[in-house]
Design a protein around this ligand. Structure first.
Ligand code: ACO
Length: 354
């Protein structure tokens, strides 16, 4: 009986501890998002929601408008959007851009202008504008009729990403886009990159991703400390794979614009465990555990963040696309309304900084 009693006491304690941990973690991610959403509310921007007929997008548009986080434009068939909004009982007058109502020939002209030397004909441009809302939203942003765009909920990630890459392209100081997840734990936050775009980045690309991810961390009021990850610690294994992040670190150390601590290549535990950094690797540039983790390739990045989210219990916000000329975020299929609202907030803050 005693054993049963102590067992149930322990279970209760475990449950209580679990709830406390959960609350602390959610508290951290809510706190991070509160900073961003409050910034967004100070000057809400126009965000094009490419999948405007999707129920979750309509719900998100309602919340964004209600809370003053963004001025959403739903792209899609007007009657369908209105009907769905009514069925959902959402009382608002959504702003809608219907690609099929004939007002958008100038978008087709613009798309043709941008892509005619990439093999696109004028009639194909017209078709894309009418039928693929990712092209429509991309041109809308490129033309300045919207400040940012969100897509991805109903598309495969690469097919949602390709139109903005082709039409909006990268920022002046960037050649590559990359996908970043913000992972919040009880007492720390991690920005993980690249988790969604570049299959096998070179050293130059890794260096660029590191800088853009550090910038993103600052937009969340987090001072970046970056680690380039590998299965090797500072040359303990020397081959083509481990040389890539090592070379990227050399580039970053030589770059006068880099004003945050960065080091590597290093193993993931070296990057996040203070005792290892202070002990065996006390020569490292990192005085604190890293909060920007740059993975050596897409397999590592994508697998790594998902393990942290599912087994490490992190709350994940993202993927946030960095390096683009205008704010674009490609959601994952199955993302929830809160993910759309959060990413729209991030996009608005980005647009404010343009
Ligand atoms: N950064 C910026 N621009 C790029 C990049 C990049 N990393 N890669 C391609 N582009 C540009 C190209 O320059 C090109 O522009 P252009 O036509 O004006 O010259 C345009 O994008 C299209 O390039 P393609 O070479 O035709 O496109 P590709 O077929 O290589 O597709 C893509 C690019 C979609 C990014 C591809 O690399 C890819 O599929 N990446 C992996 C995506 C993925 O599966 N992610 C993981 C799962 S998603 C998840 O978990 C959320």
């Amino acid at each position: 009986e005693a054993a049963v009693e102590s067992g149930s006491a322990r279970t209760e304690l475990d449950t209580q501890e679990y709830v406390e941990r959960l609350e602390a973690r959610l508290g951290k991610s809510r706190e991070m998002m509160r900073v961003v959403l409050n910034k967004a509310k100070s000057d809400p921007k126009v965000v094009a929601l490419a999948e405007g007929t999707d129920e979750k997008m309509i719900r998100a548009a309602y919340q964004l408008e209600e809370q003053g986080i963004a001025r959403p434009v739903l792209i899609g068939r007007e009657e369908r959007i209105q009907r769905t909004a009514q069925r959902l009982g959402l009382e608002f007058e959504p702003s809608i851009a219907d690609p099929r109502n004939g007002d958008w020939e100038h978008y087709a002209d613009r798309l043709y202008e941008l892509r005619q030397r990439k093999g696109l004909t004028r009639s194909e441009a017209g078709e894309l504008i009418r039928r693929d809302s990712n092209y429509f939203a991309s041109v809308m942003v490129e033309e300045g009729d919207a400040d940012a765009m969100l897509t991805g909920l109903t598309h495969h990630y690469p097919s949602a990403l390709r139109p903005p890459l082709q039409v909006i392209g990268t920022a002046e100081d960037a050649d590559y886009a990359a996908g970043v997840y913000l992972l919040t734990f009880r007492n720390r936050v991690i920005f993980a990159a690249d988790t969604t775009v570049n299959l096998d980045p070179t050293s130059e690309v890794l260096a660029e991703i590191t800088k853009h991810t550090a910038e993103l961390a600052r937009s969340f009021n987090v001072e970046p400390t970056a680690a380039l990850l590998s299965y090797s610690n500072f040359g303990s294994v020397d081959n083509e794979g481990t040389r890539k992040p090592r070379e990227a670190v050399r580039m970053l150390h030589d770059d006068p614009a880099v004003d945050f601590p960065v080091d590597g290549e290093m193993q993931a535990d070296t990057a996040v465990v203070e005792d290892i950094l202070e002990g065996t690797y006390d020569f490292s540039e990192l005085d604190d555990p890293a909060n920007v983790l740059v993975f050596p390739n897409l397999e590592a990045g994508n697998i790594g963040y998902k393990l942290l989210q599912r087994l490490g219990g992190a709350e994940a916000i993202g993927p946030m696309l960095v390096g683009m000329a205008k704010p674009v975020h490609v959601l994952q299929r199955g993302d929830e309304v809160k993910d759309i609202v959060n990413l729209a907030g991030v996009a608005v803050v980005d647009a404010q900084n343009e």
